[in-house]
Design a binder for this molecule. Structure first.
Ligand code: KIV
Length: 284
């Protein structure tokens, strides 16, 4: 089934849960699509997972285009959502539309995601009006880490809960086709999910959301020694890779790899001819 912004909305109406996961390159995206996920998020979390930064703030539009294009080339049925990086939309509606357009034209994903509620409602409206589906993202929004003073749960306390619910309504009203709720108290996330027409996609926000999103390294054991509390470790791919690479090192060192069957072409010269060749070369 081809997943689109519209089909995700329909999944909410039909009571079907939505699966979203990050990917940042061609081969991983192929694996995610083969597994049958509904949507791939090319998150600006690639700043940390792929590029080794300590926040998402240094990620550029060029980084996002480069990685999103690789993911989009791998996907035929999966909805590819591309994060708009820090300062590519906060500076105004015109910048937001132009930069969303760059992502769509150059990377060829199917939708963009941006962080914030009321503060970016005009941007969401204008990008949507330009024909680009927008996934909103409220709660703990990592691009605002310096305002929050760290990666902290949002929506705690009555005032904050009310503001978050208002933000959820505002992004829906502005035209977002779905909204990520990150690190929001589960009961509040469930309430928002019941109230909105558009699907909520939770991360660390409990089971009451209409779908879930995770950073794949967090749920496949690829952040060595660390799994965030909200991410179950579904497989230990990191350890599998270490074991595989250790076996490779050992076999190369002891000479058991490669064997004849691993050669690309079988020699079509006889052993006698090669022996003569060796002798001839030795004499030159
Ligand atoms: O960048 C990202 O991967 C995200 C998810 C954590 C939702 O925004």
């Amino acid at each position: 089934m081809k997943n689109t912004a519209a089909s995700l909305l329909q999944m909410k109406r039909d009571g079907q849960r939505i699966t979203e996961i990050t990917a940042y390159d061609y081969s991983t995206a192929k694996i995610m699509e083969t597994a049958g996920v509904n949507a791939i998020l090319v998150g600006d979390s690639l700043g940390m997972t792929m590029l080794g930064y300590d926040t998402t703030l240094p990620v550029t539009l060029e980084d996002m285009i480069h990685h999103s294009a690789a993911v989009a080339r791998a996907c035929t049925d999966t909805l590819v959502i591309m994060d708009m990086p820090f300062m590519s939309y906060q500076t105004g509606v015109r910048d937001a539309v132009l930069n969303a357009g760059h992502l769509m034209k150059e990377a060829r994903g199917h939708a963009v995601k941006l962080e914030g509620g009321a503060a970016v409602a005009e941007q969401i409206r204008a990008i949507t009006d330009a024909g680009i589906p927008v996934q909103a993202h409220i709660g703990m929004t990592p691009q605002s880490v310096n305002v929050f003073g760290g990666f902290k749960v949002q929506g705690k306390g009555e005032e904050a809960a009310k503001r978050l619910l208002e933000d959820a309504y505002i992004v829906q009203e502005a035209g977002a086709f779905s909204v990520v709720l990150e690190c929001v108290p589960p009961k509040l996330a469930a309430l928002i999910s019941r109230k909105l027409m558009i699907p909520t996609i939770g991360i660390g926000a409990g089971a009451g959301c209409d779908g879930q999103v995770l950073v794949y390294q967090d749920m496949l054991g690829m952040n060595l020694g660390f799994t965030p509390r909200f991410a179950k470790k579904f497989a230990d791919v990191g350890q599998l890779m270490i074991d595989g690479v250790k076996d490779y090192i050992r076999e190369v060192q002891e000479g058991t790899f490669p064997q004849d069957c691993h050669s690309f072409v079988k020699s079509d010269c006889s052993d006698e001819y090669l022996a003569t060749l060796e002798q001839t070369l030795g004499k030159e």
